[in-house]
Design a protein around this ligand. Structure first.
Ligand code: NAD
Length: 449
């Protein structure tokens, strides 16, 4: 969308607290949509700049938008919190949340603004919506911030008061473009109400509007930024390794990015159990070996196997915590529909359970011990020598007497049978079987949920 393409939307009066990159860009863009924006900051020079029609930060296209908004009387700034809250129906908070010296997040500015807005809401008859746009750790908005706001406003959320998390995903340098063309707008409400005002505020955007909980909205910001950081570190670690091997890493990664099925896609991005099989662990070990030979520290790539092992330990700890000696394990191969047991994390889990003295029964329809051959057979003989005594093709036999049921992967037709037998027992779900979650009478725990 260019500055000339202005959609027709219902307009609102909006106050924006914190006129840094996020606040100034959002304010200018909302004013462009026809909303009346009043910015608030403690920095008087930023206020003066906006009131003179200038941008308080350097960002491509922002000076022009602010100048136009100012000329049209759609954007102004003040240090007067009262005037801003009384003159708006929605307050967005985009003050800084820097790291404290111990690495924790400083909420000093956010809390002081929330309190100040709350005090004004106390004197207000009309409904008001408060929106956290600053990046805050998951659980902050419906925790500390909700408590502080309710206390200061003298009313509960839901009583003419709404509170939402609406994280900002813009990138400096392309912030205006990012604002007008976001992948989505995520709004997380606290309590049952809250997102309607934001649907109106963002009506001018042609992007999915996703309403969720405040915690999910807050988490998304971290998920996105961590993923971006991981992508960069991944490309750079591979890049330097390829360089030492005389390989054109830019060419390799250009081709890598052409795979939209497994590489640049949602594949492998669902939380679940650990990876395994005959390729992934082996390739990671080879990369680590090449890095060692080249005397090249690659901390990210060389810690992936350890991260994976930690995930197996997590499952083990969940089973141990139940304190029930007899365990039924569904799934043994490294993924469903194959009999490949090599480096299966479920084999590792089974082996660790046996080592700790658990009485284990295993069901995996694809694993026919009589038909295993080659390295697959050698691997399992070495890892679990007496596997034939543990593996059964009877669901009832596997479940018989088991206090804990572990679902590594269970075929669709097996799940109802597990569900019927699970009442009164513990279920450790490594797969994500929706049918079992929240069922009464089952002690259920998922690995990542
Ligand atoms: N910069 C980015 O690219 C970006 C992108 C997405 C999210 N975020 C997040 O958005 C938040 C703001 O980031 P930013 O880069 O715009 O910060 P910034 O430091 O550029 O601006 C913060 C502004 O808040 C003002 N402020 C501080 N205390 C105040 C108070 N009590 N009342 C009113 N104003 C006050 C400051 O004077 C400053 O102008 C942070 O949580 C950040 O993590 C930033």
């Amino acid at each position: 969308m260019t500055a000339e393409e202005r959609p027709q939307v219902d307009t609102m009066n909006v106050s924006i607290f914190g006129l840094g990159y996020v606040g100034a860009v959002s304010g200018a863009c909302f004013a462009h949509f026809g909303h009346k924006v009043i910015g608030v900051d403690i920095n008087l020079s930023k206020i003066e700049m906006i009131n003179a029609g200038f941008s308080p930060v350097v960002e491509q296209g922002l000076a022009e938008l602010i100048s136009k908004g100012h000329a049209a009387g759609m954007i102004s700034a003040t240090e007067d919190v009262s005037a801003a809250v009384m003159g708006s129906e929605i307050s967005l908070i985009s003050v800084g949340t820097p790291s404290d010296t111990n690495g924790s997040q400083s909420l000093t500015a956010v809390e002081s603004v929330v309190e100040a807005i709350g005090r004004e809401i106390r004197r207000k008859q009309e409904p008001h919506c408060v929106v956290i746009r600053s990046t805050v750790a998951p659980g902050t908005t419906d925790g500390r911030i909700a408590r502080l706001l309710q206390e200061a406003a003298g009313r509960e959320i839901g009583e003419e008061l709404t509170l939402c998390s609406n994280p900002e995903f813009l990138r400096e340098g392309s912030a205006i473009k990012d604002f007008f063309h976001p992948p989505f707008t995520v709004v997380g409400g606290v309590g049952t109400e809250g997102c309607q005002a934001l649907a109106t505020l963002y009506a001018g955007l042609d992007a999915p509007f996703i309403a969720t909980t405040a915690r999910v909205a807050e988490s998304l910001k971290y998920a996105c930024n961590c993923f971006h950081a991981v992508k960069i570190a991944f490309a750079n670690e591979l890049g330097v390794l390829m360089k030492t091997l005389g390989i054109d890493s830019r060419e390799a990664m250009r081709i890598f990015c052409e795979d939209r099925l497994l590489n640049i896609s949602s594949a492998y991005l669902r939380p679940g159990f650990a990876f395994g099989g005959s390729c992934l662990p082996k390739e990671l070990r080879t990369i680590a070996d090449m890095a060692r030979a080249a005397n090249l520290p690659l901390p990210m790539l060389t810690s992936v196997l350890e991260s994976n092992q930690q995930h197996v330990e997590r499952a083990l700890e969940m089973i141990q915590r139940r304190g029930r000696r007899k365990v039924a394990l569904f799934g043994l191969a490294f993924k469903p529909g194959t009999d490949d047991l090599r480096e299966s994390p479920l084999v590792t889990l089974a082996e660790r359970l046996i080592g700790k003295g658990f009485d284990l029964a295993i069901f995996d329809r694809s694993v026919d011990l009589g038909r295993l051959t080659g390295t697959n057979l050698e691997y399992i003989r070495c890892e679990i020598p007496h596997l034939d005594r543990l593996v059964s093709n009877s669901i009832d036999g596997t479940l018989n007497g088991a206090g804990t049921i572990v679902i590594g992967h269970a075929p669709r037709d097996v799940v109802p049978k597990i569900a019927a037998a699970a009442v009164g027992r513990s279920v450790i779900d490594l797969q994500g079987v929706a049918a079992l979650q929240n069922r009464p009478g089952i002690d259920y725990e998922g690995i990542c949920w």
